[in-house]
Design a protein around this ligand. Sequence first.
Ligand code: FEO
Length: 393
Amino acid sequence: MPGNKLAENVFYVGAKHWDRKFFDELIPLPDGTTYNSYVVKGSAKTALIDTVDPAVREQLFDNLKKTGVTKLDYIVVNHAEQDHSGSLPFVIRAFPGVKVVTNEKCAAMLKEFMLAEDGCLQIIKDGDTLELGGKTLEFCLTPWVHWPETMCTFLREDAVLFSCDFFGSHVAAADLFAAGHFYKQAKRYYAEIMSPFRNNVRTNLAKLEKFRISAIAPSHGYIHLKPAAILEAYKEWSSEEVKNEAVVAYISMHESTKKMAEYLREALIDRGIDVHFFNLQGADIGEIAIQLVDAATFVIGAPTVLAGLHPVAMNAVYIANALRPKTKFVSLISSFSWGDKATDAVKAALTNFKAELLAPVVAKGYPKEIDLKGLDRLADDVAQRHRAAGILK
Ligand code: FEO
């Protein structure tokens, strides 16, 4: 990063994990990630806001040294997840007497994770403040974005909101202040991490309105020096509004489901619907998650295999279900050789979708004229629902 100064006596001291490939061994990280930590120096006390993933903790210590930090009085922990709290034991050891400042739920987690003990913990409540001398930290509990203990810390004098995961993005970049390009990575992050907690996102956005925010400094990726753009994006993504879009994601063994998926794609396009089309074999699940943020319709294409839904499709359905998207309509297109088991498997798996199930199209073997008519009927059903919802003219 060309410079690490966020405001007067406020500095970035985080770590960049350029080549990390997955988060939770699940979420692809095509652009790597960062764990953003910040130092706030008051005239009397110095605070570190969050630590970093222990795998790259040396960067944190190097940056503290470069920033001239020889004494730390407080470590504010906004979130207990180990990518931000995992280096706590090392920082506590390096700065004897430092207090770990966090809320009660987070403190309990830190103890369970064996990252902090009672003696160093200082518990705060919603709205409490911490004076550093000309710098005042105000704590704002923001539960379930995305864990129960998550909170934000607002630096009053400089109007900087340290939001931890909230408003974050998985991207390692030379200049994290260059947030003009934040949109796609922030949307991917929202889709993968925040989407299951859409209602809580809305509640916490409303809670943050009491602050006059001039910058948002999350704990992953870009720092938002013009926060209106990311706040507006979050409002849009977390709303219940959907777009005239369909996600068609398929896997095929012998070209039958592929033929059906391609036919449906064209039929939907012909009817004026914007289609996001994915072959699930080797697909980046994050790209699908991004499209599920807005799409009104989700169609899964998968054959029956081993007396159930194809496992690659089942994995996608499982993850999509866990993301709880606001999708309004779902359906299945499928092919089987001697027994259809995919339909029941999809119905049983999509428990979190508050969506209408449009009649599936299931072909025995390769799709024939009657199956293609079925796909036209499904495309008509989707178009009719989109029209009724006012998103297709
Ligand atoms: Fe970036 Fe929920 O940790």
